[in-house]
Design a protein around this ligand. Structure first.
Ligand code: SF4
Length: 281
């Protein structure tokens, strides 16, 4: 059994929070640069140039990529042969979020209760922490500062079991079209199909940790991802919804076995500030 001290997790999460909010991942920036070469709309090209300039300024002047530094979404893959010492793992992660958002002077966006006073907790905690027990003696930490504008465009629907791929394509396209400029396109779109309602939504979010261009290992799902990307980009929403062919940089689909009566479909949208960062302890 390998021992990992809770304080090590706190420090790692704090570092991820600062890095994720300042440095656009290379794959995302590369995809945006690629889109600039194919985008036909002059206004769309101008928006893309501004997004790229913003990423450069954030990187060089150590400024957050966006004023909305998001809900801290943390995905932990916890090796079953790891023993956490010196504290509770969830407390350690939340302490890391608080430290990172403090150290980085990042905007705190979390209110303590969804109703009533909606008082800001002042620390950006609690984070939304997902845990998965995996084989081995390591902890993989994925950190995603998830913006409110794009998260608010999430949708879920349970279709009749025979509705098939066509229903998924129509639902994703409708969701993106109706979202317009709210989620700050160009987007990365996460789709979860199967399981139950909460499983579908969790898969949609988890898929957004993938790198741009990383296709599903399931050949049928991989084809669906490509079909969805083409369909979404044919909508003409464009960068920041000014019109154009660059509505999404990629679409990721995760699937899971489901009930004979169900076809659960969840969509979770990521904005052009598609911030994720990973580390392994
Ligand atoms: S959706 Fe993304 S880019 Fe738009 S304001 Fe929110 S975090 Fe910023």
């Amino acid at each position: 059994m390998r021992e990992i001290e809770a304080g090590v997790i706190t420090e790692a999460v704090a570092k991820l929070a600062v890095e994720a909010t300042h440095f656009l991942p290379e794959d995302v920036e590369g995809a945006i640069r690629g889109a600039r070469e194919t985008e036909q709309s002059p206004l769309g090209v101008q928006i893309i140039d501004e997004i790229l300039e913003n990423a450069e300024i954030a990187r060089e002047q150590m400024l957050p990529l966006c004023q909305d530094t998001g809900t801290a979404v943390v995905h932990l893959e916890l090796g079953q042969d790891v023993h956490i010492t010196g504290g509770f793992i969830m407390d350690a992660v939340n302490a890391g979020i608080e430290k990172g958002y403090g150290d980085g002077y990042l905007r705190k966006s979390i209110v303590a209760h969804p109703f009533g006073e909606r008082k800001n907790t002042g620390t950006n905690t609690p984070g939304v922490i997902h845990t998965e027990i995996v084989p081995g003696d390591k902890i993989h930490i994925g950190f995603m500062p998830k913006g409110g504008g794009c998260e608010n465009m999430s949708r879920y629907q349970n279709f009749l079991p025979g509705a098939g791929r066509e229903a998924v394509i129509k639902f994703v396209c409708e969701t993106v079209d109706q979202s317009g400029g709210n989620p700050c396109p160009p987007l990365v779109i996460g789709v979860g199909v199967g399981g139950t309602a909460e499983k579908a939504m969790t898969m949609a979010k988890h898929s957004l940790f993938r790198k741009i261009g990383q296709r599903s290992e399931d050949p049928e799902v991989s084809i669906l991802e490509k079909t969805l990307l083409d369909a979404v980009n044919a909508l003409g929403v464009g960068p920041q919804a000014v019109g154009g062919s660059t509505t999404a940089l990629d679409v990721f689909v995760e699937t899971y076995p489901t009930h004979i009566t169900a076809l659960p479909v969840a969509v979770n949208i990521q904005c052009h500030s598609a911030r994720t960062k990973h580390t392994v302890l």
